[in-house]
Design a protein around this ligand. Structure first.
Ligand SMILES: [Cu+2]
Length: 231
């Protein structure tokens, strides 16, 4: 018991030092995704607690007090129990699936990404190649390994690779999306908060994969306009 307490203490000490950026969202997109993580974690915790309570209850209720080798009576089928452990997991999956599908559909760009609902959005071309990121803005300006974004806007990223499959990921701003050489993928991030965030390639792409990182600077709208005009 004593070693268990020590282990718990050391683990919580170590975990308290973690900066889990995915759980500290800095955009509406990332917030919806982190809410999904919390929701599925709570659902999992609920199952875990029920299973553990039942397990300890059974262990204590049916523990062998005197040695006996009596073989228990064979139970054949129990419709009530069988229905319970079939229907409950299906219900849990439905409860988990509904918000997941809603968030996925809300965040997936549909229709024409250049026009339609994203006409007034900021569009940025992202080109990945081993081992760097190139960003091309609407005014033709290019930056390498440094991404500049306007805060509180909708930004559409057009992702393309020049060689192998990479993955575009700024954990604080949203989930990762594959960057492929054979097709353009799009990622939409909305309502980002000003600040500096780290971005990286999240798909192993070669020996220097770990060095394929970039900085993301989200700046207030007017500052972004000045930056775009001065470049
Ligand atoms: Cu890569």
């Amino acid at each position: 018991m004593k070693s268990c307490t020590y282990l718990l203490f050391i683990t919580s000490l170590l975990v308290s030092g973690c900066d889990i950026r995915v759980l500290n969202p800095q955009s509406d997109t990332a917030e919806a995704q982190s809410n999904l993580i919390y929701f599925s974690f709570l659902l999992m915790l609920l199952v875990l607690i029920i299973v553990f309570v039942m397990m300890f209850r059974f262990v204590s209720k049916y523990r062998e007090e005197k040695v006996s080798y009596e073989i228990p009576k064979q139970e054949e089928g129990n419709r009530k129990l069988e229905l319970t452990w079939t229907i409950l997991p299906v219900l849990l999956l439905i409860i988990l699936a509904v918000p997941t599908v809603i968030v996925t559909f809300n965040q997936s760009p549909n229709g024409d990404v250049q026009d339609g609902q994203y006409k007034d959005a900021v569009h940025i071309e992202v080109t990945a190649k081993r081992y760097e990121w190139q960003f091309t803005y609407q005014n033709g300006m290019k930056t390498v390994n440094e991404l500049y974004l306007p805060a509180e806007e909708t930004v559409v990223f057009h992702l393309r690779s020049e060689d192998v499959i990479h993955s575009f990921w700024v954990p604080s701003l949203g989930g990762k999306v594959d960057v492929r050489p054979d097709q353009e993928n799009t990622l939409v991030l909305t309502n980002m908060k000003p600040g500096s965030y780290r971005g990286k390639c999240a798909e192993y792409c070669g020996t220097n994969h770990t060095l394929m990182t970039f900085t993301t600077e989200v700046m207030p709208e007017d500052e972004f306009q000045n930056f775009a005009e001065s470049s």
